[in-house]
Design a protein. Sequence first.
Length: 282
Amino acid sequence: MKFMTQSGQAVGPIGQGTWYLGEELDRFPQEYAALRAGIEAGMNLIDTAEMYGDGAAEMLVGDAIQGLDRSKLFLVSKVYPFNAGRRNIFTSCEDSLRRMKTDYLDLYLLHWRGSIPLRETVECMEELKAKGRIRAWGVSNLDTSDIQELFAQPDGLHCAANQVLYNVSSRGIEYDLLPLMQEHNIPVMAYCPLAQAGQLHRGLMRAPVLQEIAAEHDATVPQVMLAFLLAHPGVIPIPRAGRPEHTLQNVQAAQLKLTQKDLARIDKAFEPPKRKMRLEIV
């Protein structure tokens, strides 16, 4: 369950998220440097969306990839659900391509489910593939029943990814959604892998078990959180970093291998789900 670039290069195990990036002009040089540092360190998957800053994040990505070998990058963007039908999706895709200064996306995702039928969205995604504007398509924030409905559509099994919230304290997908994706050999992209979307982040940074494991491995708590996700087959975390030093800390998490004892301690502190839980969305 790995993504491949157009040149046949494997995508790094950790990607780069861009939520909230590109929105402040004075932060542009630092955020630009963070993305470039990640690419140079092997984080060649960059995830963004037309929603992020009303296209500002896509523009930041477009600037950051200039002068680089496009075929070695794996660019992902997402379309609003109300634009994911025949009336708007082709224009939305072209707008994203323009802002990102590229002529194709490696992966195009339905950002979350809306009122437009899945069948129509899939048909349009397949047309974008045929036109060469995207290489693959997938979804985001779709729970188990939605995925099963998607798979029942013509060409629904062409879905190449499901991007959902997943971190050490938000583990609901482990009950049935993650196993379903693994069964079909479809990667799960874990957004907010460091729980950066809310107040939870600060509490996790102080969690005793995570601090202890980090100290034992000469690592940071965020690196332990990323390594926890990497211990699950088919999961690709996409942390956001606005500073180069944070980006490099994230990429180093790929070298951290948690032991079964480490994972058992995490399970004790942050119990895996014992029943179906509603998919968390932020």
